[in-house]
Design a protein around this ligand. Structure first.
Ligand code: ZN
Length: 76
């Protein structure tokens, strides 16, 4: 996988994404664009967030199903 620092990634993608949107490397790596030792982007943080949201949605669904089942029992 190619490794780029945030500056170069923004340049390549013609974007201006802030650092907090990404998971950055803990150590310095050689950026393949500018050739300097920098903290490189590991992945986009949205992937992590969406997996958390998916899990939350699943729990919420379980919770609502549970509530629905309980109210149904009360009616019977
Ligand atoms: Zn770079």
């Amino acid at each position: 996988m190619a490794e780029f620092c945030l500056d170069c990634l923004n340049k390549i993608c013609n974007a201006n994404e802030p650092k907090r949107k990404f998971v950055m490397s803990k150590e310095l790596y050689l950026c393949e664009e500018c050739g300097e030792m920098k903290y490189v982007v590991i992945c986009y943080r949205r992937n992590l967030l969406s997996s958390i949201f998916r899990r939350l949605a699943y729990w919420l669904k379980l919770f609502i199903d549970n509530l629905r089942r309980r109210t149904q029992h009360k009616k019977l």
